[in-house]
Design a protein around this ligand. Sequence first.
Ligand code: ATP
Ligand code: MN
Length: 502
Amino acid sequence: MSSNYTTIKSLSENTGKQVTLAGWLYNSRASGKIQFLIIRDGTGLCQCIVEKGNVPDEIFEQLKHIGQESSLTVTGTIRAEPRSVGGYEMAVTDAKIISVSEGYPITPKSHGIDFLLKNRHLHLRSHLQWCILKIRHTVIDAVRRFFNDNGFTLIDTPIITSIAGEEEQSLFEVDYFGTPLHLTQTGQLHLESAAMSCGKVYCFGPTFRAEKSKTRRHLTEFWMVEPEVAFIELPGLLELAENFVSSIVSRVLSDNRAELEALGANIEALEKITPPFYRLTYTDCVNILTSDKTKDFLVNQLQEFLEEKKQIETRITELESQDTGKLKQWQKDKNAAELIELRSTLAETEIKIENNPRHAQLAAAFKWGKDLGGSDETIISLMHDKPIFVTHYPKQAKAFYMKTDRENEDVVLNFDMLAPAGFGEIIGGSIREDDYDRLVSRINKQGLKPENYEWYLDLRKYGSVPHGGFGLGIERTVAWLTDQKHIRQCIPFPRMMDKVYI
Ligand code: ATP
Ligand code: MN
């Protein structure tokens, strides 16, 4: 497989040489006898300089008039230019227009999120979206590498299933030749049976949950990777999870540093993500949430939000009161983009200010036994600079398959992993109940029908062993690494309760 074109990614090997790039016009600017074209080719961006006299006159004129996203080839000599995007530049000697694009809807100005989602098929070409696609690719490759290199066997679990692994309210129904079946919410139950064959296994696929809430952390279709291991206890499972997540972070840091920088991700913080992670029990978390320390922490946070709000408002007033008559067009565009950005940050800050007292109240009144809510997780997560394991949740708050702690029958041997700095949960996992009678009684207590779980119960009849596993959500992981507020930016074509655009 080869093409006659040089890729932008490989320009470092081509300095001083004459090459041809094939791509799309990302942006352009002309001033008299010189044009600056930013070309993207799928592997990166390159500034191409077209000087009158260095290219045929007719080409110079054509290039001046083609719109954003026109496809073309450009030929010229490459030189290193640290100040240019990507670090290289082309002095163009020839060009060929392949297809002219006019009136491309997504301009370098900022657009609202609704507009961008409706134009997702085009928005994917924008540099920041491209950066996220590249990072998502690395995350998925790192996931597969980690398990494949550590003796795990890939098991493809079914997408159409007859039993629920999570809350039944979030099942999507499929009419299966007249019988109602469901889209999978997790591969775990099937994976457990494969773990009894291969020992260490994982599944990796699309996962469906009819999430009726519209949060920044929930999609109705997302990708989850789930390892499952025979003969493992909770400490071993936590070690597996921290090594796994650390390996993903270090791969992204080494393969996608430029993309992380472009996205404004916190690289320094990511460099700290090495084992061991923090370990807290659920009960520790309840004590933290109801402590004076947390009360003070939230009061300080409110002050910070109010300060942030003041700063944003000052800048908005400053931009709005500028005399636009004197500004060049590009400066007007830049200001317009900044204003859109500022207004959206302001709206978010105002929501945080509004939520703060409610979150403080929820935390202070937290009662042992309840599941940790999103705001509780956020508080714990904000207090840490590395991921946190929260273990040993109350039995009543958790799924039927989680193993009861034999030393404290009120809790289960489970964990959530919270990403730091306020991001929140990226993994949920547990040791599974391996005792037949206890499992039947949990199934009954939760109002489920044991006859639906016969095959699952068989695993506890024929050579039951301690085992466990977890599920990591790809979109949440990518959103954490790339510092995206909403996970909808971290899957090429997001599906949400109220929105399926394309
Ligand atoms: P939450 O409490 O945040 O809804 P959960 O407890 O339902 O999460 P698990 O069932 O433990 O999550 O699923 C494992 C992982 O799958 C989660 O940690 C998360 O990374 C991811 N995940 C779960 N639900 C969604 C969703 N609706 N959209 C995207 N990712 C999800
Ligand atoms: Mn959920």
